[in-house]
Ligand binder design. Structure first.
Ligand SMILES: [Zn+2]
Length: 131
């Protein structure tokens, strides 16, 4: 059992907070860009066709990237909460240790390697959009 030192945890926290700020900034930029794009495209399409085109455009709007960033932000926030509650190194599935190595390469990790591997096997068919 190798518990994380408070220095290590502080470093992870700083790293997560920096990442959090960056992702928040990305989401904001993405929303602004999407907004501008949709307005100009809407204006163009509304001009040369009817309601169908507008509905199509709204469906096309690429919100999947923003959606991924929002999910990422959620993972970062959950990790920060776990730091605050002293459960940062605890696997959300089995309650075991996530481990310094895994957290070093992926500070948002919520599960230990074996639980994550198992989960990826179960959900392998999801998350691969067939576009
Ligand atoms: Zn686990």
């Amino acid at each position: 059992m190798t518990e994380l030192s408070s220095t290590q945890i502080n470093q992870f926290q700083e790293q997560l907070e920096r990442h959090q700020a960056r992702v928040r900034e990305d989401i904001r930029a993405e929303l602004l860009a999407a907004d501008e794009q949709s307005y100009s495209e809407l204006a163009g399409r509304v001009h040369d066709s009817g309601e169908e085109a507008v509905a199509g455009l709204l469906a096309d709007l690429n919100i999947s990237r923003i959606d991924r960033q929002v999910q990422e932000l959620g993972r970062i926030e959950r990790a920060l909460i776990r730091i605050r509650t002293g459960r940062y190194d605890v696997c959300g599935d089995c309650g075991g240790e996530i481990g310094f190595e895994r957290l070093s390469s992926y500070p948002e990790a919520e599960r230990c390697v074996s639980c994550q591997t198992q989960r990826e096997r179960v959900f392998a068919h999801e998350g691969t959009p067939s576009l």
